[in-house]
Design a protein around this ligand. Structure first.
Ligand SMILES: NC(=O)c1ccc[n+]([C@@H]2O[C@H](COP(=O)([O-])OP(=O)(O)OC[C@H]3O[C@@H](n4cnc5c(N)ncnc54)[C@H](O)[C@@H]3O)[C@@H](O)[C@H]2O)c1
Length: 315
């Protein structure tokens, strides 16, 4: 295995997210050790990472300054967690979203790590205060929540336990930047962290508008893909407010009463009923990319329905 000047990172859990982290850390020049309770998962991960990196290299989309082969030399499987964590600077836990399972893993890590390594969880929604409760090394613990697919979406939410040391947050922030991700700090834990709170607010209102028959599912999606989403791909909602007037104070003077009037009409949390889910499933997806050239292509594109082909579990 090639030695790495950047340091050694351990990935615990070699599924979808563990593989992505492995590729990102190798791209940043880190030595990566992949651990999993299933040996076959480690083999599968190494194989799929090899294929993916070769394809990315061919497409000119491989991250970092090393070649695919050089990055692949940095990644190895390790069937023993104790051996894997020896000399590691950062451990990224990526096991399934199950509080008891993750607590068990962190308790095990807590008993074998030194006082320097960072213990980081990829959890999408478990609270750091629950995950890291009672650990001796709690100051070194943090949630680093990636967004799927992490290789293409750079944001990482950093969420500390109330006792996490500020240096742990700073070190994780610097590490994420070093591998080309875009870390942001959630200052206090909250259900859904920040990304999913924003996402769920949008989903909730989208669902309600469709359920109440105010807009069709495909037109609702167009509002985001051809409207709001175009802005939000470049600037956030607060910067949008600032630019919509002469600064934030002017925006609030002009629009806050109107916004409050509309916000008061928002209903309760939707039930996400099967009836509405089926209605959304039946709807043709909005057209994507260049308009179909022929009537046959047009028919084909309109035959696209939602549901089965949508990627599951984006978070
Ligand atoms: N998939 C997403 O969209 C997404 C996005 C952001 C964050 N996350 C979070 O990342 C974490 C991992 O999700 P995933 O989608 O990669 O899961 P996954 O099911 O693809 O992979 C989990 C891996 O953990 C392994 N594992 C199970 N028990 C283990 C143990 N005791 N020790 C070591 N390995 C063990 C499994 O064999 C499997 O390889 C979850 O907390 C999830 O919430 C997922």
């Amino acid at each position: 295995m090639a030695s790495s000047a950047a340091g050694c990172v351990v990935i615990v859990g070699s599924g979808v997210i563990g593989r992505s982290w492995a590729m990102l850390f190798a791209g940043g020049g880190f030595q990566v050790k992949l651990y999993d309770i299933e040996q076959q998962q480690i083999r599968n991960a190494l194989e799929s990472i090899r294929k993916e990196m070769k394809l990315l290299e061919q497409a000119g989309a491989l991250k970092g300054s090393l070649s695919a082969e050089e990055q692949l030399c940095l990644i190895s499987g390790c069937p023993n967690i104790q051996e894997a964590v020896e000399g590691a600077m950062h451990i990224q836990e990526c096991v399934p979203e199950d509080l008891e399972l993750k607590k068990k893993i962190f308790a095990q890590l807590d008993s074998i790590v030194d006082d320097r390594v960072i213990l980081s969880s990829s959890t999408s929604c478990l609270m750091p205060s629950k995950l890291f409760a009672g650990l001796v090394h709690v100051k070194q613990c943090i949630v680093a929540h990636p967004v799927n697919p992490p290789y293409y979406i750079p944001l990482v939410e950093l969420v500390p336990h109330p006792e996490t040391a500020p240096t742990t947050v700073d070190r994780t922030h610097a590490l994420m930047k070093k591998i080309g991700q875009c870390p942001m700090r959630v200052q206090k834990e909250v259900a859904g962290f920040v990304l999913n709170r924003l996402q769920y607010a949008i989903i909730s209102e989208a669902w309600r508008l469709v359920e109440e028959g105010i807009v069709s599912p495909s037109d609702l999606d167009l509002v985001m893909s051809e409207g709001l989403g175009m802005r939000y791909a470049f600037i956030g909602p607060l910067e949008t407010m600032h630019l919509n007037a002469e600064g934030m104070l002017s925006y609030c003077d002009r629009y806050s009463e109107g916004m409050k009037h509309v916000l008061k009409t928002f209903g309760p949390i939707p039930e996400f009923s099967r009836a509405t889910a089926e209605k959304v499933n039946q709807e043709p997806a909005p057209p994507r990319g260049p308009a179909p050239a022929t009537p046959a292509e047009q028919r084909d594109s309109m035959n696209t329905t939602r549901g089965p082909e949508l990627e599951p579990g984006l978070s």
